[in-house]
Design a protein around this ligand. Sequence first.
Ligand code: HSE
Length: 338
Amino acid sequence: MRIAIIGFGVVGQGLAEILRDKAAELQAEQDFHCEIVAVATRSRGTLYHPDGLDAALLLEAIQKGHLGHYPHVYGLTRNWDALTLVRQCNADVVVEVSPTNLQTGQPALDLCYAAFDSGKHVVLANKGPLVAAFAALHERARRAGQLLRYEGTVMAGTPVIRLAQQALAGCRIIEARGILNGTTNYILTQMGAGMTYQEALAQAQKLGYAETDPSADVDGWDAAAKLAILSGVLYGQPFSLQAIDVQGITGITVQDIHAAAAAGERWKLIARLTPQGGSVYPTHIPLTDPLAAVSGATNAVTYVTDLLGSVTMVGSGAGRASTGFAVLSDLLDIHRQC
Ligand code: HSE
């Protein structure tokens, strides 16, 4: 499989590291060989080689600050813009992992359309295109006969989308409730352990949990975006962000956290979805609630179903390897289907 990676930040680099380190294992165990043929960034260069780029050299170049540091080899193209690259490269799959724009989904949305129209599948870790145009994206993929996968948009590589679509197929999911943002759960956990809000946020950014603009995390919009995507997955009717009641964690003080602890409770940013609507609110929950034990960048979702009762999945919700793995799991899924 040949892939083009659009965006080479935490997620793109996480994926490249996995492909660099696990190539032999993936070949032996999954019969999967993946060649990165193109990488595009907004301000740190663009590379395309139809025979493939070296993942280790890509990572070295970006660590020096710019893909221009990638060594010159015959056949290498350095100056295509992302749209030209998506249209003209020989990739089978476009991996869109550039920073999220929750309002318009752009420029990623147009790149997804261009990918489908030029006969390529799309894997998204970028939530923007799905939040802005869930139905249109699916329709465009269907018309083009291409696959669209986006496990990494909700809870990183923890497979809550695949759980709903595949393992729970046949059940009706009456409600989804959980902790869907790693950054805020990390901040609330660290504030409980003595850090200030600012220190905890800085640490979450350093660890690669936060969005490029972390206000999307702390104001609740990242969790709301995940609910919007889940509403499309679970109910086929994606809610707009405006239809979800959202409140972030910026109003929660260290005093609030200590008061909750004294009362045998813990503050969590709880996301809830039913067919009727969605909400994201900071909530103090009793320590006996299983969600109270979900700490750091770990996330969890409980699906309340008609046939199986409640099913809870707990796992990493953010981070370099976790989200890189999410993309890999989608690539493997496409590999198995094609
Ligand atoms: N910023 C997100 C989070 C990353 O903290 O959960 C994964 O979407």
